[in-house]
Design a protein around this ligand. Structure first.
Ligand code: SAM
Ligand code: SF4
Length: 374
């Protein structure tokens, strides 16, 4: 199988050459530009606003990433000029939306730490045909920005929170900000945001709190979604001993009440959703995101634009298209459109994490989550 290389896109003559396609895709011209060779329609763009963050989650940021200056030198945190500018991001999103993509999530790094985000969201919000802009945040700055986000039309926020214990929060994230996150959650709740809390499930770290999270789902209008811990990033702290399958989490949660599956609305993405009903009649919603035990590659509709301007068609595959090089070398909109199309065409069928794990290998993609955008 032959895949396009990044250099193909930087070569200005590339678009005069015949389209290079994988062997499966015999007649790409007949495909809708957003349909890949496995008949998936790619309609959802996740945009990493920055690789910087005000937390240092042990599974996400490079170890010891304390000193910003030092880390721009060692390449672990990008220099500002290496990040896509808002103008560049807006151009890519506009072209993607014109091609038919209609969902956008802003992530990172921590999107709320980049100056000018609200103005950027405002510009996105007036793009025709783009459904709601959604945000994934660690919640540290949520209380400060919630009202303005609402004013710019954001209605749904995913907040990442792996523990409800302030001390453990500091251990996981390297920062003593549990109170700020909690304050942000309550403020966003009071303003009427739809809120999903993402919990990365880690045996020996937060498994004793799964029940507390389930109770939170019963007591507050927060949807709690447990995410299987993935081995991501060259310096990932991932450890097989910490991995816990969604099925095991579900068994633990079921001690708090009855779990009844319901069909994923379009809205829920890859999460398997359940209604949780406690013996006293209280109800809540919990979900499980199972990239490893039940990977959802056959339904994956995503494309990611990393903070460095690389277009990535699979979170767990390091193959990328260098859109920044195109943008900064004067490529026409047609060329950008074509490279998006080719990236979609070459989206891999799926990943092999579970097999790798079974073979006893430590599977990892080299890309760092804070740059790719989770
Ligand atoms: N800073 C924001 C936040 O924490 O929500 C957005 C970026 S963060 C990379 C996006 C999501 O990826 C978070 O929910 C985080 O918990 C998740 N994540 C990061 N590394 C992960 C890993 N190795 N396995 C599973 N989820 C991970
Ligand atoms: Fe920052 Fe989010 Fe990564 Fe934690 S998971 S270090 S909050 S980008």
């Amino acid at each position: 199988m032959k895949f396009l290389k990044v250099n193909d896109f930087v070569n200005p003559n590339y678009f005069e050459q015949p389209t290079v396609v994988t062997e499966k895709n015999t007649n790409p011209q007949q495909l809708h530009p957003l349909v890949d060779q496995f008949s998936r329609t790619i309609s959802y763009l996740r945009l990493s606003i920055t690789d910087r963050c005000n937390l240092r989650c042990m599974y996400c940021m490079p170890k010891g990433a304390e000193d910003k200056a030092k880390h721009t030198k060692t390449g672990e945190i990008l220099r500002h000029t290496e990040l896509l500018s808002y103008e560049e991001m807006l151009k890519v999103v506009r072209i993607a939306v014109e091609m038919g993509m209609n969902k956008l999530r802003l992530t990172g790094g921590e999107p709320l730490v980049r100056k000018g985000l609200l103005d950027f969201i405002h510009k996105l919000s007036i793009l025709k045909n783009l459904e709601e802009v959604r945000l994934t945040t660690n919640g540290v700055l949520l209380a400060d920005y919630a009202e303005q986000l609402l004013a710019e039309g954001v209605r749904q926020i995913n907040v990442s929170l792996d523990t409800l214990q302030p001390k453990k929060f500091s251990e996981i994230t390297g920062r003593d900000y549990f109170g700020k996150v909690w304050q942000g959650l309550l403020k966003a709740r009071d303003l009427g945001f739809r809120i999903k809390i993402n919990v990365v499930a880690m045996k020996g770290v937060n498994d004793e709190e799964f029940i507390d999270f389930a109770r939170l789902a019963l007591n507050e209008p927060f949807q709690i979604r447990f995410i299987e811990f993935m081995p991501l990033g060259e310096k990932s702290s991932w450890d097989k001993e910490q991995f816990i399958r969604a099925e095991d989490i579900k068994n633990i949660i079921s001690k708090t009440g009855q779990l009844t599956p319901f069909n994923n609305k379009r809205d829920e993405g890859p999460a398997r959703m359940y209604e949780l009903k406690a013996p006293n009649g209280q109800k809540g919603t919990v979900g499980f995101i199972t990239p490893i035990s039940h990977h959802f590659c056959d339904q994956c509709n995503r494309l990611r634009l990393t903070s460095e301007g690389k277009l990535r068609s699979c979170l767990l595959n390091d193959r990328e298209t260098d859109l920044k090089a195109l943008l900064r070398n004067g490529a026409s909109e047609g060329m950008i459109r074509e490279s998006i199309r080719q990236t979609i065409l070459n989206k891999p069928k799926g990943h092999t994490l579970e097999n790798d794990l079974e073979k006893g290998e430590k599977p990892t993609c080299l890309g760092q989550m804070s740059q790719i955008g989770g």
